[in-house]
Design a protein around this ligand. Structure first.
Ligand SMILES: [Zn+2]
Length: 316
């Protein structure tokens, strides 16, 4: 049977419902946990996060994929509690957002060590939480080209994906030729990889989204809602209509390869986050925008239910 690892155990892929495939419960830069100046109490974190997840559930959201890697504030016991309280399936990841967010202990590790670490978190569990990772996060460090460490992490992720059947989700889809070459060398089918952030304001121009889809990769339009129209937009923001039009063009050609999400941060760690943006952008803005543009219900189901279920299913 096709199954997916969530923090509360494995569930049948058909039970995931509407999936937000790239989100964050709480994301911070490595080491932020050592700076006590910004610390939020557990009460504050729950207060910021529970209403967003409850609202997500009330809108019909079924599954929240937390794309926060090792070293970025991942807190699986907390995710388990949130999932139990709100009824939202939460999928946690192993891996790193990118080489530049791996602390030195991991940054100096061999490909084999990293692969074993990922495999352990997928098959045994993350720390002593008993929860198994459902996806592997990798990414391109700042600078636009994959660093040597990024490449080691991608190779380790490919080996872990092949060994466990869990898919890979990338931060950034730039320098995709290098990534695809590594996955090819390792023998990993590209439909096990979601190349993320194809739509953000900084990288969209440099991302070969249709080429990636033609090679068999999945493409994430997963920064929906980071708009120049926001009161205080982040540097990766993009005009709302420009992103939507880009997405509509892509799904017209490659619907089977498309995934969408908001990459929002429920309760940012050590930084203010982006005001006015939550995972519920998917229901409050994105799906209505798609309907207004004439996208039919079966396409919406394909994008938010069927494609993510197929991607997240553990495949052997
Ligand atoms: Zn993210």
């Amino acid at each position: 049977m096709s199954r997916v690892n969530t923090v509360l155990g494995s569930v049948p892929a058909q039970e995931l419902g509407i999936v937000a495939v790239h989100e964050h419960i709480g994301y911070g830069m490595p080491g932020c946990e050592l700076d006590s100046k910004w610390w939020k109490t557990p009460e504050e974190r729950y207060e910021e996060t529970v209403p967003k997840l409850r609202q997500f559930h009330e809108y019909g959201g079924g599954t929240f994929v937390d794309a926060t890697g090792i070293c970025n504030g991942r807190d699986v016991d907390y995710y388990k509690s949130l999932s139990a309280k709100t009824g939202v399936h939460i999928v946690a990841c192993t891996g790193f957002v990118g080489g530049d967010t791996a602390l030195p202990f991991f940054a100096r590790a061999s490909v084999d060590y990293l692969a074993q670490q990922f495999i352990h978190e997928i098959t045994v569990g993350i720390g002593d939480t008993g929860s198994r990772a459902g996806v592997i996060k990798v990414g391109v460090s700042r600078g636009g080209r994959m660093t040597d460490l990024d490449k080691r992490i991608y190779r380790a992720a490919a080996r872990a994906a092949l060994s466990t059947g869990v898919p890979i989700l990338t931060h950034l889809a730039i320098d995709a030729e290098t990534a695809i070459a590594i996955f090819g060398e390792e023998g990993l089918p590209l439909d096990r990889v979601l190349f993320g952030h194809a739509d953000d304001g900084v990288n969209a121009e440099k991302t070969r989204d249709t080429w990636i889809a033609e090679q068999g990769g999945r493409v994430g339009f997963d920064t929906f809602g980071y708009e120049t129209e926001l009161e205080d937009p982040p540097f990766w923001a993009r005009p709302r209509k420009e992103r939507l039009d880009h997405f509509l063009r892509f799904i017209d050609q490659h619907l089977d390869k498309a995934l969408a999400s908001a990459d929002a941060n429920c309760s940012p760690l050590g930084w203010p986050g982006v005001k006015g943006h939550t995972v519920n952008y998917i229901f409050e803005d994105l799906i209505p925008d798609l309907r207004t543009a004439g996208v039919d219900e079966s396409t919406i189901t394909r994008l938010f239910v069927e494609n993510p279920a197929d991607f997240l299913t553990i495949k052997h």
